[in-house]
Design a protein around this ligand. Structure first.
Ligand SMILES: [Zn+2]
Length: 248
């Protein structure tokens, strides 16, 4: 998950040295990635009619991995298939990394049946995706049930207490069979933890400029976790549908 930044810095400075050859003062060139202006250590330059930009900034902004092999003098740029999701998971975890990981307290309002589902969901995260497990545990102090918020929302974060609440109607669907059980609960916990994390990091990744941006990003994160866990394709498709309906 964590990139070798030192190695990267060395490789980039070598590339930059090459770029400085035959470069003369040129007007400042702006670099915009996904609609956001990005400042780089070395500004973009025009050399012999070609515009050169630092490869590290471009690649990493788009979620790619950059490697430098000194023996073969090779720069490798690798673009993961699930760029958007991988980028979201890595960046948020790195921004909010904490050594203190305490499993959320499961509130007394939760029935023994649902408590077992919650514990299994946390265990599933821990076993298959420890990074997300830690992420969830850092941002959710307590998991509880409320009788009613609204019929549409299955779970939500209380932004004062940072607790996560499940709608009791939703729990019936999870525990009395027929739906996605512990996998659904695990990705839901990740979704709500993501919402909470935006208050810690003080920054969020701009994926879409939309009024529903927070929710789209939470679902993008949830989808990434679903893929890491290897949940059923039905459930993955359902998360995709949520994202699609928010975009449209
Ligand atoms: Zn949400």
């Amino acid at each position: 998950m964590f990139r070798n930044k030192y190695k990267l810095m060395v490789s980039i400075s070598i590339i930059v040295l090459f770029l400085f050859v035959n470069v003369y003062a040129v007007p400042y060139i702006k670099l915009v990635i996904n609609g956001q202006q990005v400042n780089t250590d070395v500004p973009p330059q025009i050399v012999n009619g070609t515009t050169l930009v630092p490869i590290r900034v471009i690649s990493e902004s788009l979620g790619a991995k950059v490697d430098w092999d000194g023996n073969t003098q090779t720069v490798s740029v690798t673009m993961p298939r699930e760029t958007l999701e991988a980028h979201t998971v890595d960046t948020f975890w790195e921004a909010c990394e904490s050594d203190t990981v305490t499993e959320p307290i499961i509130d007394d309002s939760v029935t023994p049946e649902f408590k077992a589902v919650l514990q299994k969901a946390l265990a599933l995260l821990k076993e298959k995706d420890n990074t997300t497990y830690k992420f969830v545990c850092v941002y959710i102090p307590r998991i509880a049930v409320q009788q009613y918020k609204d019929n549409i929302v299955g779970s939500w974060v209380d932004y004062t207490t940072h607790n996560v609440y499940f709608n009791s109607t939703n729990i019936n669907r999870i525990t009395s069979g027929g739906t996605w059980g512990i996998e659904y609960v695990a990705i839901t916990l990740a979704h709500e933890a993501y919402h909470e994390s935006t208050f810690c990091s003080g920054s969020s990744i701009s994926i879409y400029s939309d009024v529903n941006e927070d929710e789209i990003q939470a679902y993008a994160f949830e989808y990434a976790v679903a893929k890491h866990l290897g949940v059923s394709s039905d459930l993955q498709n359902w998360v995709k549908q949520q994202i699609t309906s928010l975009i449209n």
